[in-house]
Design a binder for this molecule. Structure first.
Ligand code: AMP
Ligand code: MG
Length: 432
């Protein structure tokens, strides 16, 4: 790391990095900052094709052959040579062979001849075009048609889908259902992928009780570990859940070190608020290089990012998320998810698709920060997709995340909005 690297000085204030606003860090700037420290995990493994679903390719998939493998007919019809066509006259050809899909003929067509051919059947040598069976009249073993045929019509050429030697899928691509089929169409049975990312996480707070326990006065159930478990699971990483840790320096230290010794990413929730007398901050300074931000966003203002040294040689990326349950989810989706995709092997993860839709309710919003309100996308009576906020937008109202199917993303420059305004939305669910 260079001398200018802010991670080299854990207590560098945000204002040193942010010439826009001395007190808070714009969302995009924090993202860019994190990005410069990320590179994919080094380990790769070879998996049977089916097992590679959701994993990131570690090597290019090249087409070992042409797909399709040979010129073939796109129709049930007759294969012929376009040289036999005489302009403005009906074409009459003798049917000398029949070719089914999966079969070939080693007899070449001669002038004046044609072959009965089925869809997918291999073109016989001497033929370069196919006429649909519906366009011909068959009589006494001959066909007649008047259509002016174009050379090459109704023929699928070898390599038309994929050319031999071409990169079909590049390293860094995340394997989806269509890709499994595509790779199978090349006859490839095993693929090289990046190893699963190991992610350790724990909650912090004296007030946390575990599910199944009886709540004492002043306690709350630890829900963050459950949302984190769900979000991490969906990303296909290896999860190491280290529990809920009270605000006790010795316990927090041993847990942090255990996490950093065995994982590539460590995530904590709670205890990173700027200005708080937190044990986490001192521990992170002792064992790593971590920056603390007040992000210009709502929810999710406090956020920490850096690197932590384990008891061994292992260094882990660290994300200190806020404690508030909605803030945990928002900061995970807006910062951690993308960073983890890079670590998982996707050098340039595509940004979350963002669409403009009409919002049917008015929205209260302060300029100067990005808000991620929880929204419900719905189809109105005319089939037009619109959005409405879920209701209360407090960062502790976790039910707003359960109700939501999208984030309404309101940029820094956006202020209060009237009902009917266009807003940007990010859809939370996908089909693949
Ligand atoms: P903190 O950032 O530690 O000050 O926490 C902010 C708020 O989030 C407090 O109201 C905490 O009780 C709450 N909180 C922190 N951790 C959790 C958790 N794991 N589950 C539910 N609520 C939490
Ligand atoms: Mg706390």
């Amino acid at each position: 790391m260079s001398q200018k690297n802010p991670l080299a000085n854990p207590f560098l204030t945000p204002s040193d990095m942010d010439d826009y606003d001395p007190n808070s860090m714009p969302v995009e700037k924090a993202r860019q900052f994190i990005k410069q420290y990320l590179s994919p995990v080094q380990h790769t493994e070879t998996l049977a094709l089916r097992d590679s679903l959701g994993r990131v390719l570690a090597a290019n998939i090249l087409s070992p052959a042409n797909v399709p493998n040979y010129d073939n007919s796109a129709m049930d019809g007759y294969a012929f040579n376009a040289d036999d066509i005489i302009a403005d006259k009906p074409t009459r050809l003798k049917v000398t062979m029949t070719i089914f899909a999966g079969k070939s003929s080693d007899i070449a067509l001669k002038s004046g001849e044609c072959a009965r051919i089925m869809t997918g059947g291999m073109m016989p040598s001497g033929a370069d075009s196919v006429i649909m069976q519906e366009r011909v009249t068959v009589e006494d073993g001959n066909i007649t048609f008047t259509e002016t045929a174009k050379r090459g019509m109704n023929v699928r050429y070898a390599g038309e889908d994929l050319q031999q030697g071409r990169t079909v899928l590049a390293a860094g691509h995340c394997v989806r259902a269509a890709d499994l089929g595509l790779i199978a169409s090349l006859g490839i049975a095993e693929v090289s992928v990046y190893r699963k990312l190991k992610v350790a996480f724990f909650s912090t707070g004296d007030e946390l009780a575990g599910v199944g326990e009886v709540l004492k006065i002043g306690q709350v159930y630890d829900s963050n570990r459950y949302t984190l478990h769900g979000m991490l699971n969906r990303m296909g990483v290896e999860i190491i859940d280290l529990g809920a840790i009270p605000d006790d320096p010795a316990l927090l230290e041993s847990t942090l070190l255990a996490a950093a010794s065995q994982a590539e990413v460590v995530i904590t929730s709670g205890g990173v608020s700027v200005g708080e007398a937190d044990h986490m901050k001192l521990l992170l300074a002792k064992h790593g290089q971590v920056v603390f931000w007040k992000i210009a966003m709502k929810p999710g203002r406090p956020l920490a990012y850096g690197k932590i040294q384990g008891n061994n040689d292992n260094t882990a990326h660290y994300f200190g998320l806020p404690g508030n349950p909605v803030a945990v989810m928002v900061t995970f989706y807006q910062f951690v998810r993308e960073a983890m995709l890079v670590l998982m092997g996707q050098a340039n993860p595509p940004p979350l698709p963002t669409f403009q839709v009409e919002c049917t309710k008015k929205i209260k919003k302060m300029t100067g920060r990005t808000e991620f309100q929880r929204g419900i996308l719905f189809s109105d009576q005319d089939g037009l997709w619109k959005v409405k906020p879920t209701g209360s937008q407090g960062s502790a109202i976790l039910s707003s995340m359960s109700l939501a199917n999208c984030f309404i993303v309101l940029n820094e420059s956006v202020g209060n909005l009237e009902a009917g305004s266009l807003v940007a939305v990010q859809v939370l669910d996908g089909i693949v």
